[in-house]
Every structure is written in structure tokens, then in C-alpha cells.
Write a new protein. Structure first.
Lengths: 612, 662
């Protein structure tokens, strides 16, 4: 899996700004907002969105709030736009803006080959405050598959005087919504024979910039009946949403003759589905590459398998769909699976069926066994190993005529989270040390090594050096071996070299810092890890430890660690183990505190007296 | 500022077009030699995953436009390099077809069992993208890419503007086996060219025949960014062109005088006049209502430098910087005075107008900031080499004072770190030209520490640290100009701040940027042992060695030279004696550029540690990298060494305290 996958693949997930309900202190406001939004659903499934707002920018930090940013593409069209920038002090109009006055750029990423999404934008530059920006924007969405969430307070450090949402929809299509921290009931009414709901909120305090999504105020919107470019379904259940996807996928799995023949020959003699999966997944990895394609409905509809076969490239939809067709040909059924990908992405809101996704993977169910999950955009992962990009989260599995929610594996077993380290050092008179050692990684810690293996020698060495985490290390010689036994990625580095200025001297003593790899939160994307170190240091002269050497075992609720040091024959031996198992709901701060404690305890400087 | 001298520096080649003769061979689209088919690695960079086998651009003039035929041939060795198969060709259309791409051809060839399989890309497979703001892109996604694939594409680029020609860059992120550029210049046009880069200067093969000039470089290594050099683009091999003159055809008709030569920006003065002739630019320089109105803003101080500082401060405090750079103002002076927000060029030209309104001589100074793709300036008026505008003013003695009002931390004589360049182009009425920029400064950190035992039985370190000149500017950049002590503390100390109490941060007024800080650090005593280990200094410029790699391609740029001076006095508490301490040393890099003097002095009841850490030259050659790395390893290690105090036998200490209380 390329790291560039971090970019959005299917379509943009709406970003949620968050705020704290228990605001301890009044946050400073950089701008003051009044906003009215009207979202009207039409019988033909299109949506008219009208937003009118008046923003008073108070200082230069509020300039960012005033940036005009309108995303559009074939499915989201701009109908009308006007803006006026004026000075409330003098009452003078500084600038009037029409659509043609805005800058216009493609939002295409470096890796995307095809993409029709664009953005119109305008930045206000001024050193005079306050300044008022009044905008009115009308957009038309051609389908109601995706309905934008109403964000009551769009920016942090923004005071909202009033904000309202009018939701107008025909009863025949219906609508669904989910409110969060909205403590008012909507007014109800009728407009043009349609139902109207209106929420109005007033005088909301500015939000701090570091707040949790749980504390934010918003109304998530979703359709009941929906349609996009001729494909209709219902979204009041996950099944309805999956059903729509299955319509889109229909007929996309046809394979050309030569590929069918190739598949047949590849699986000759292979009995179990696991063997077939492994062989065919390898075929996919060796012959196809990932590119990003985003074009209108192409954002959800996969490219046909035959076309991906022809070009030998595809996006996550095209590659997953092709793999599904290949497996089907080999007699192994699998399911197209929709996921919100990203190492730090929050799990979807399972109670509110709606488009909360941005990526596609494949689920291969096996009778009587755990399913095999395939990341079809990766040329390197072992079959069945998803990595932290899509692990441990809810996904929507699409079946022939419907679908269901499922969860990807959490890899919380230690065999997916282990790092072993061994090193022997010989100290010299100048403060340096010769070192010979090895480090092995299993599971998630090893997930990027396969990609490092493909780098140039220089880059590979840099990567290895970086993984050693030893100050002053100059590697003379090393060997990196990468494997994926039992479909778990693993890597082993053996190396030798010199550690420059490994220890410090005073007249009577030497000081050694153990330099155990410090634990950091990003090593724990999975909430668990096991580290084991065995380091032996042979001194260049006669020494004796100044203080008793550490020897302890620590067993706490969420972790255990042990450290045993001994000194004999002028050789210091240090054995350490750490096993961490954080509960999923533990806060980042609490995790950091634990890691800090462990790191502090293990990495204390050791003092030795020089003898003779 | 009486003299401006022109200067020419190494690895930079300028000239008019007179070259030796020879002819190089071109390759034909779609025809592959056996060597190319068999090629499975790059000979001089064996671990490269792909190479550019051949790239060429050939320029010629057709009816006043420049046509350039461009041709690339690349080969994939390793699956990790398949991303070279996603190609973007970007060009500036500007709504007026300023640049046009035509005749785009692309194909990929795979060789299976000696059989050539060609896939030509259709129009449908080449995607055209409007990148906005006048830029367009073609994106080619080659199908069927595998190790051994040869990718090839070619196109013609037509350029309407011929004053500045794009020229050619010879290097790529993957190794380049052959790269050439040729240009056929008609007799009526005259161009200056500017080449740069070590390879270009030392070993480009040059040929010339009938007005056609060609440069060829072979076996170029791949280029990659490295830490501690923000500006590796400045070292690339490339060539650019600027029109120097043309022949006007006056010969037609009876009595014609024959072709007359018209020079174009042929001198610095002519270039300066052209730049400043626009209304926007000129409006800042001329007398008008706006510039006259500036006289009403009172400037403090008596000396001219004090008044420069006052004008600079006025803009820093009253105007916002829109963070855009460029050598042209983005608005008129009148608009700027209304919006109170401008680009670096806007703000600096306003500063210039304010100084001139107060009878201080000041001139625009164009520079090429670090990272702009130019390590040395050329002595010909190549205007595209500049990307930023600052100000040079004269004090009473005629000394040049450099000014930049766009950065709130700067004072007269100080420039932001990416503006520390060797020279610039000063725009004057009569004496425009290149001038060297010499920034005098005495950057460094002065640290005084006093360590003693407090009443709570803790060792306390009282630290007074003064940051001067660029260390002060760097300090303010790191703490984002904040005055909030908590914020500043976070910026000063990356980790373990619990036992640090930042008492004071004082940004000093005065001609030099200086910041005085005061903080205390308390170390709990470990009661279980009879020893106290104390590392003498809590502030360190390099707590850890920033260099990890074992070799390097580009020089290391520290941005400024410095001299740090630290001293720590440790008062030995009652009941303790000095047991052990670091040894005095004196280490330096072999070239003497960087050194550390570390000395220990024992005195009655105390021990004093002094250190001088110096870097005389901020640029360290890649060839000295290993020495630098080891030197910094020694420095960081030395500062970890402790002073050890030992408790004197218990009864004695009791006696002492009793003696005191009596």
C-alpha cells in the first residue's frame, strides 16, 4: 500500500470541526457569524442548497474564516454566487465579488490521473479590522446520495450570533437526520406542498481549537429514497446503501478470455481457497498498479474489470472489483467492501446509514474460518493483512443484492505487534563502541519494510538507520530480510558498525545511557505492543557500578515491564521487556503519561567507577 | 555606498554564444537499440529503480514564436519505480495560448522473450486538466508498466513570449544517462545564456554549427532533497536564456539604413528603468500625493539608522504581510495605504517611500532567495534570477543598511535567513547594478548558570540566557513571536518541562535583536544515594546531533555563523565535596571552522565550567560532512558529562549545620 493512499480515494469525507461543551474559559473570537442555510430536496432527487451569511472578521487570525472556498464538480454545480466586502467603520464597500472574480483551480492531487473536482476560492487580504464579508451562494447537487452535514459553528474561535437550517423535502422521498448537541426542536411547516423543518440556534460561544468531535454541534443529514445518475435505492438501512452499490457494480466483473485462461493455469493444482487467494493476490500485486481516478459517478462506480486488465492500472474500486472477478472465476466468492480508510480516521457512525466512506477493500468469506481481507491497492502487503490504514473499523460489505455491516480485524494479538532487539557492544578508549546486533519486527511494526526494500540502496540504508534509533550509530554492514510468513509481515535487520560517542567520561567515571527505544504513541496505533531487548556491553577497562543495578518487574493495569541488569567480567547485560495493552477508550494524554513513565524508568543514565 | 561591483562566482557560467563545433546524434522515436533493450540497471548508480535513458529538447524560432521539440525515454528496472509512469506535463496557457503543447505522442514498450510489444497511447488515455489560474496540464498514465518497460513520449511546446526562454534542466529524481538541449538562433536575434551547476560548468559537451548550439550532459546522478539544505534546487544543472537584442529591419525601401541593432535590457540600468517604469512600481518611487502623505508620519530618533528602524517598525505594526513574494508590487501605493496588507515587495517599497519622504536615500534591492534555484548570481541582467525585493538604504556615513519590513522580527541590517545571499541587484536612477550583501552580525547565545542547593533540599539552576542577532530572530521564529511564557517555554525546551520555571523573556529594544531569558530548573535530590550528578547546562544549541546519515550530496547550510559562550558555577552545598568532573578539552574540526573549548576551574567552595562553541562559516561542504558529524557527536556528548558531588560523612555535616545555627 502506497503511503500516498492517505489522500482521499473515493470521495471527500466531510470534515467535522469539533468543540468542547464544557468550555472552561471563554475562547477568544476572531470572527462573528450570522448564517442561514436552506437545503431543499426536489422530487427528481436533486438538492438546492442556499447559504446566506454575514461574517464580521475581528482580527488577522479571523482572516482564515473569511476565505471563500467553493468545491464543485459534475455532481455539485454552482448556481449563483455573490459577495460584498465592506468596512463597518466607514460603511464603505471595499469590493463586490461575482463568480468570475474568484480564483479557480483543480483540486487534483499529484497522484490522481483523472479528477474533475475543482475549487473556486478567494482570500481576503487586509490589515484593517473589523471587516465584513457578506456572501450568498446557491448550489445544486444532481443527486441526494451525499447530503452535506449542517455545521452550526463552522470554525473554531468563531462567535455565532445566529445560525439556522431550513430542511425542505417532499414526503414521498423522505429524509433522515441525526442531531448532536442541538437542544432545540425544529419548527415544522409546509412550503410548496413539501415538509419544512427549521432549526435556529443563537448566541453560541466560540470553540477552542483543540476540541473533541463529541462536543460539536451539528445535524447529519441523509436521504431515505435516493438516486444518483439513474441508480435509485433507499438509505434508511445499511443494506439499502449496499444495494445501490451492488447495482453500480453490475456487469463490471466480465473478464476477457486470455485472463480467464491465465487464472485457470495459475490455480492448477491448488486446492484450498487460501492457496488460490494467495496466488491470485500475488498476480494482482505483480501486474497492476494503483492510480487515483475521480470523475463524477466514477467516484463510486468501479471501472470494468476488462478495462483494468487492459491498462494494468486502476483505483481502489477498479482493482478491488477486478480481484473480485478474478476470485469468482477461480471459484472463490468475495465481497466488494466499503470503508473509511486512514490511520487516524474515526470509525463511522454506525447508527446513521449514509456515505461516510472513502475507500474500497475486498472481503473473502471462508467457510468455518475467519474471512481473508484484501487491500487491492497494495503491491506489498501479505494477503489477509490490512495494515493500520483500514484495520479495526466498521465496513459495509456489498453482496449480490444487498449488504451488511462488518468489522475488520483489530490485530490486537501480540504476534502482530512485536519488536525484538539484541545488541553486543565493545567500548573503546575514545568513547566510541563497536556494535553488532539485530532487530526483528513482526506485524504492524513491519508493515512498511517491504516498501523500504524496494528503495535504492541509499534510501534503504537511511530507513534501516532510522529504525535503529541509536544516537551516533554509523552502520558498516547490514542485512535486511523481509518476509510474510503466515500472512503476517515481518522484517529482520542484522547490522554492525560503530556508535560514535556512545558513552561519556569524567575523570573517575563513565556514564552510559541505555538508549532503549523510547515508546511513542504512534507505535501504538493498535493499542498494543511487545518490545524485548537484550543488550550486552563489554567495557574497555575495569569498572564497577556506582549504584545497585536495576532489577525490577512492574505489573500495572494496562502494561507490564521488566528490566534486569547485571554486571560481571566487566560486561553489563541488560534485559528488558515491555508489553502494552491499552483499552480502546484510553485518552491520548493518559497513554502518553504511561509511555513517559516507562521511558523514564528504563532510560536512566548508568554510572560506573573506573578502577585501577 | 559609493561603489557597486560586479562579481562572478564559481559554478556559474555566463556568456554569449561562441562555442566549438561537433555534432551529436539524436535518437528516433520508437527505435530501440539492443543496449537499451538489454539495459537492466544504471551503471553508475546501480541501486536506481529507473533511469532516464535519453531526454532532449530542441528549440527553434518560427514566425516570432519559440518551438521546442521535447523527447523523453525512460526505463523501469524495479516495481517500486512504476510511479515514473504517471507523467505530468504542465504549461502556462494564460487564456491566450501563451504556451501551447501539441503533437503529444506516448508509447510503452515491453520486451517478452525478445519480442517487442508496443502500446501506443490514444488521445483518450491522455488526460487534459485545467489546473486553474492559467495553468494547464497533460497527464499521461502509461498502462502495462513492469520491470523492463521503456516509456517514451514526445511533444512540441510553442511559446509566444521570447524575452525569457525556459531553457532546460538536465537532472531528474532518477539518474539521467543522456540529457541534451539545443537551440537554433536566427541571425536577427541575440540571446544571453546562463548555465549553472557543477556538471554543467565542468563537463557539458558543447557544440555549435550554423547558429545552432547544443549542450549535452551524460551520466547524471539522481537528485534528492536532504535535511539542513533548504535550497538544493540552487545546485541543479540547468541553462536559461534571456533576449539581449535583435536587429530591426530598416533596410526596406529606398534610403534604408540597414538593419539596426536594438538592445533589450542589455545593461543593468536599462533593466532597472524598465522594471520601475510601470505605474504600480513607479508610484512608490515618484513624488505624488501618496508618497507626500508619508511625510506626516513622524519618525523617532536622530540618527538615520534610528529613523530607519522607526519607519520599519511603523510598517511592521500597522500593516499585514500577505506572505506572498515577488519582485513586483501587487498593488499601487494608494491601494496599499487603504488595505494595510501587502506582499513583501509592497511593504518594502512602502518603507522605501517613507525613508525617501524623510530624506534618507533608499533603493529597491532584488535578490534570489535561498531555494529559488540559483546558488550564485550572474553578472548579466538576467531578471528571472531574482524573486524577492528588499531595501538597501544609506546611513550618514554612506554605509549600506539592509531592510525588510515584511518580517516583524527584523531590524535595520538584519534579513530573514533565506535572504542571506551573497548579492543582489540594486535599482537606482543611474548606478543600477549588482552589489554584494554583507551582513555584519554577532550571533550567539550567552548563558550563565548558577547552581546551588535551596531550602527544599533541591538543586536549583538559575539560568540567564541571552540570544543575540540571528539566534534571537530564530528564537522568535521558534516561539512564533509569542509573549505567552507557557508557549515560549514549549518552544525553548522540547521535553520534560515540569521542573523548569521560565521567569522572564525580555525582547530588548535597541539596534540589535536580543532576547534575555531567565529560568530556573530544579532537580530533586535522590536521598538514597550520597552522590549528586549535575549536568552544568540546561540550554544547548544541539541537544542531540541533528545529523544521522553517513554521507551527503549537498553542502550543509547552518544559515548563519555563531559563537556561543556558556558558563556554569556550581556552588558545592554544605555537607558535600567535589568528587568528579568532566575533563577540560579543546576540539575543532580539521579545517578549524568549528570548535569547542570546554574548561573546568576549581575554586573555593565552587566549580566553574566554561564552554565556547563556535561555527565560523555557516556553509559546510559535503566533503567535510563526516568530520562535522563526528564533531557534533563529540560536542553533544561532552555536554552530557556531569559534575559529581559526594556527601561528606554524616556526623561532619551535622556539626556544620549546628555550627551555623549557633
Amino acid at each position: 500500500m502506497k503511503q500516498s493512499l492517505g489522500l482521499l480515494i473515493l470521495m471527500a469525507i466531510p470534515l467535522f470541526f469539533s468543540l468542547s461543551a464544557q468550555a472552561q474559559k471563554e475562547e477568544k473570537a476572531h470572527s462573528i457569524l450570522e448564517m442561514q442555510q436552506v437545503t431543499e430536496l426536489n422530487e427528481d432527487y436533486s438538492i438546492n442548497l442556499k447559504t446566506t451569511q454575514s461574517l464580521l472578521i475581528l482580527n488577522k487570525d479571523g482572516l482564515g474564516h473569511g476565505v471563500i472556498l467553493i468545491h464543485y464538480d459534475k455532481l455539485r454545480k454552482i448556481q449563483n454566487f455573490e459577495a460584498t466586502i465592506s468596512s463597518p467603520l466607514t460603511g464603505k464597500v471595499i469590493k463586490k465579488l461575482k463568480l468570475k472574480d474568484l480564483n479557480d483551480v483543480a483540486t487534483i492531487s499529484d497522484i490522481s490521473v483523472m479528477d474533475d473536482s475543482r475549487v473556486k476560492y478567494f482570500e481576503i487580504n487586509t490589515g484593517v479590522f473589523p471587516i465584513k464579508v457578506e456572501t450568498s451562494l446557491e448550489m445544486k447537487y444532481v443527486g441526494n446520495y451525499y447530503m452535506p452535514t449542517w455545521q452550526v459553528v463552522p470554525k473554531t474561535h468563531q462567535k455565532v450570533l445566529s445560525s439556522s437550517l431550513e430542511l425542505i423535502y417532499p414526503e414521498s422521498l423522505g429524509i433522515r437526520y441525526k442531531t448532536q448537541n442541538i437542544n432545540v426542536e425544529p419548527e415544522t411547516g409546509q412550503v410548496n406542498g413539501k415538509t419544512k423543518l427549521k432549526w435556529t440556534l443563537e448566541n453560541l460561544d466560540p470553540q477552542p481549537s483543540d476540541i473533541d468531535e463529541e462536543d460539536d454541534l451539528f445535524i447529519r443529514l441523509g436521504p431515505k429514497k435516493f438516486s444518483l445518475e439513474g441508480y435509485a435505492s433507499e438509505m434508511d438501512s445499511w443494506e439499502g446503501l449496499a444495494k445501490w452499490q451492488s447495482q453500480l457494480n453490475k456487469g463490471k466483473d466480465e473478464l476477457p478470455g486470455p485472463l480467464k485462461a491465465e487464472i485457470k493455469s495459475m490455480v492448477v493444482g491448488l486446492e484450498s481457497p487460501e492457496e488460490k487467494i494467495a496466488r491470485l493476490y500475488r498476480y494482482l500485486q505483480e501486474n497492476y498498479r494503483y492510480v487515483s481516478i475521480q470523475l463524477g459517478i466514477g467516484g463510486w462506480m468501479p471501472t470494468g474489470a476488462a478495462e483494468v486488465y487492459k491498462y494494468k492500472y486502476g483505483d481502489c474500486k477498479g482493482l478491488s472489483n477486478l480481484m473480485m472477478a478474478i476470485l469468482k472465476e477461480a471459484g472463490v466468492p468475495s465481497n466488494y467492501t466499503i470503508v473509511r480508510a486512514g490511520q487516524d480516521a474515526k470509525d463511522i457512525d454506525v447508527d446513521f446509514p449514509s456515505n461516510q466512506f472513502n475507500h474500497i477493500i475486498l472481503k473473502v468469506p471462508l467457510e468455518g474460518k475467519d474471512p481473508v481481507w484484501l487491500e487491492c491497492t497494495s503491491t506489498l502487503l501479505p494477503p489477509g493483512f490490512l495494515g493500520d490504514f483500514t484495520m479495526n473499523r466498521h465496513v459495509l460489505v456489498v453482496t449480490e443484492d444487498g449488504g451488511y455491516l462488518d468489522k475488520t480485524p483489530d490485530y490486537s494479538d501480540l504476534r502482530y505487534n512485536t519488536v525484538l532487539h539484541e545488541a553486543n557492544l565493545d567500548l573503546d578508549d575514545l568513547g566510541n563502541a563497536r556494535i553488532k546486533g539485530s532487530r526483528s519486527f513482526q506485524g504492524l511494526p513491519a508493515q512498511w519494510f517491504a516498501s523500504a526494500m524496494q528503495q535504492s540502496e541509499t534510501e534503504k540504508k537511511k530507513y534501516v538507520l532510522n529504525k535503529m534509533n541509536l544516537k551516533g550509530l554509523v552502520i558498516d554492514q547490514y542485512e535486511l530480510n523481509v518476509a510474510k510468513e503466515n500472512n503476517i509481515p515481518s522484517a529482520e535487520i542484522s547490522y554492525q558498525g560503530i556508535v560514535q560517542q556512545y558513552f561519556q567520561n569524567t575523570a573517575k567515571r563513565i556514564m552510559i545511557q541505555p538508549q532503549f527505544e523510547p515508546l511513542e504513541t504512534d507505535m501504538l496505533s493498535n493499542n498494543c505492543i511487545k518490545l524485548q531487548d537484550r543488550i550486552s556491553i563489554k567495557a574497555h577497562r575495569n569498572l564497577e557500578p556506582e549504584a545497585p543495578l536495576l532489577d525490577f518487574l512492574q505489573e500495572e493495569e494496562n502494561y507490564k515491564s521488566s528490566l534486569k541488569m547485571s554486571f560481571s567480567d566487566n560486561t553489563l547485560t541488560m534485559d528488558r521487556t515491555v508489553e502494552i495493552n491499552f483499552p480502546e477508550d484510553m485518552t491520548k494524554e493518559d497513554k502518553q503519561q504511561v509511555l513517559k513513565t516507562i521511558n523514564g524508568l528504563h532510560n536512566k543514565t548508568l554510572f560506573f567507577k573506573k578502577l585501577d | 555606498m559609493k561603489t557597486f561591483y560586479k562579481f562572478l562566482l564559481s559554478s556559474c557560467l555566463v556568456g554569449t554564444l561562441t562555442l566549438i563545433t561537433a555534432i551529436a546524434q539524436d535518437i528516433k522515436f520508437g527505435k530501440y537499440s539492443q543496449e537499451e533493450i538489454d539495459l537492466s540497471s544504471c551503471e553508475y548508480e546501480p541501486d536506481a529503480a529507473a533511469v532516464v535513458i535519453y531526454e532532449s529538447a530542441s528549440s527553434y524560432f518560427v514566425g516570432g514564436n519559440l518551438h521546442t521539440d521535447i523527447h523523453f525515454r525512460k526505463k523501469v528496472f524495479n516495481p517500486s519505480a512504476t510511479d515514473i509512469a504517471d507523467v505530468t506535463i504542465s504549461y502556462y496557457h494564460g487564456g491566450k495560448s501563451i504556451e501551447i503543447i501539441s503533437g503529444l505522442k506516448a508509447q510503452i514498450v515491453n520486451f517478452t522473450d525478445g519480442k517487442e510489444e508496443v502500446i501506443k497511447l490514444s488521445k483518450k488515455e491522455i488526460f487534459e486538466i485545467d489546473a486553474g489560474n492559467g495553468r494547464k496540464e497533460y497527464r499521461i498514465t502509461f498502462p502495462n508498466v513492469q520491470p523492463g518497460s521503456i516509456l517514451e513520449y514526445s511533444y512540441k511546446k510553442i511559446d509566444k513570449y521570447i524575452t525569457f526562454l525556459d531553457g532546460w534542466s538536465f537532472q531528474n529524481r532518477i539518474p539521467t544517462m543522456v540529457s541534451k538541449y539545443s537551440i537554433d538562433i536566427p541571425e536577427y536575434l541575440d540571446y544571453r545564456f546562463l548555465g549553472q551547476g557543477d556538471n554543467f560548468v565542468s563537463r557539458a559537451k558543447k557544440t555549435q554549427k550554423n547558429g545552432k548550439y547544443e549542450w549535452e550532459l551524460t551520466n547524471l546522478k539522481s537528485i534528492k532533497p536532504e535535511p539542513y539544505i533548504s535550497n538544493f534546487e540552487d545546485y541543479l544543472d540547468k541553462i536559461e536564456f534571456q533576449l539581449a537584442g535583435y536587429k530591426k529591419d530598416n533596410s526596406q525601401g529606398y534610403g534604408g539604413t540597414g538593419p539596426a541593432y536594438e538592445s533589450v535590457m542589455s545593461s543593468w540600468q536599462e533593466t532597472a528603468d524598465e522594471l520601475t517604469s510601470s505605474d504600480k512600481f513607479g508610484g512608490f518611487l515618484k513624488n505624488n500625493a501618496s508618497t507626500k502623505s508619508l511625510k506626516e508620519i513622524p519618525l523617532e530618533g536622530t540618527s538615520s539608522v534610528e529613523r530607519m528602524a522607526s519607519a520599519q517598525k511603523y510598517i511592521q505594526e500597522n500593516f499585514e504581510n500577505s506572505r506572498r513574494v515577488g519582485i513586483f508590487p501587487s498593488q499601487t501605493i494608494k491601494e496599499l495605504l487603504g488595505s494595510k496588507s501587502g506582499t513583501k515587495a509592497d511593504l518594502n517599497l512602502l518603507l522605501l517611500a517613507m525613508l525617501r519622504a524623510n530624506n534618507i536615500s533608499a533603493y529597491p534591492l532584488l535578490i534570489s532567495s535561498k531555494g529559488n534555484g540559483r546558488s550564485t548570481l550572474v553578472q548579466y541582467p538576467f531578471i528571472t534570477q531574482f524573486n524577492q525585493l528588499i531595501i538597501v538604504a544609506e546611513d550618514e556615513k554612506g554605509t549600506a543598511i539592509y531592510l525588510d519590513a515584511s518580517d516583524k522580527e527584523l531590524r535595520p541590517g538584519y534579513l530573514s535567513l533565506d535572504n542571506h545571499v551573497e548579492g543582489g541587484f540594486v535599482l537606482m536612477d543611474n548606478n543600477s547594478g549588482l552589489m554584494p550583501i554583507q551582513l555584519g552580525h554577532r550571533s550567539g547565545v550567552f548563558q550563565m548558570v548558577n547552581v546551588k542547593l535551596n531550602e527544599q533540599n533541591e538543586m536549583t539552576f538559575d539560568n540567564v540566557v541571552r540570544y543575540s542577532d540571528y539566534d534571537a530572530i530564530q528564537f522568535r521564529n521558534n516561539s512564533k513571536g509569542s509573549d505567552d511564557l507557557e508557549e515560549v517555554k514549549k518552544a525553548m525546551f522540547s521535553e520534560n518541562q515540569d521542573n523548569i520555571n521560565l521567569l522572564e523573556v525580555n525582547v530588548k529594544s535597541g539596534p540589535r535583536p536580543q532576547i534575555d531569558t531567565k529560568f530556573t530548573v530544579t532537580d530533586k535530590m535522590d536521598e538514597s544515594t550520597n552522590l549528586i550528578y549535575l549536568t552544568p547546562f540546561k540550554y544547548l544549541k544541539y541537544k542531540e546531533n541533528p545529523f544521522k546519515e553517513d554521507s551527503r550530496q549537498f553542502p550543509v547550510d547552518f544559515n548563519y555563523s555563531f559563537s556561543d559562550n556558556y558558563s556554569s558555577i556550581i556552588n558545592i552545598p554544605d555537607g558535600f565535596e567535589l568528587d568528579d568532573f568532566p575533563e577540560s578539552i579543546n576540539i575543532a574540526m580539521p579545517d578549524g571552522n568549528s570548535k569547542l573549548l570546554y574548561s573546568v576551574t576549581q575554586m573555593e567552595g565552587m566549580i566553574k565550567i566554561s564552554a565556547v562553541f563556535e561555527m565560523k562559516n555557516s556553509m559546510i561542504l559535503a566533503s567535510d560532512y563526516k568530520d562535522l558529524k563526528y564533531f557534533l557527536e563529540m560536542v553533544t556528548s561532552k555536554f552530557k558529562e556531569p559534575v559529581v558531588l559526594k556527601r561528606i560523612a554524616m556526623n561532619l555535616s551535622e556539626n556544620v549545620s549546628q555550627a551555623k545555627s549557633e
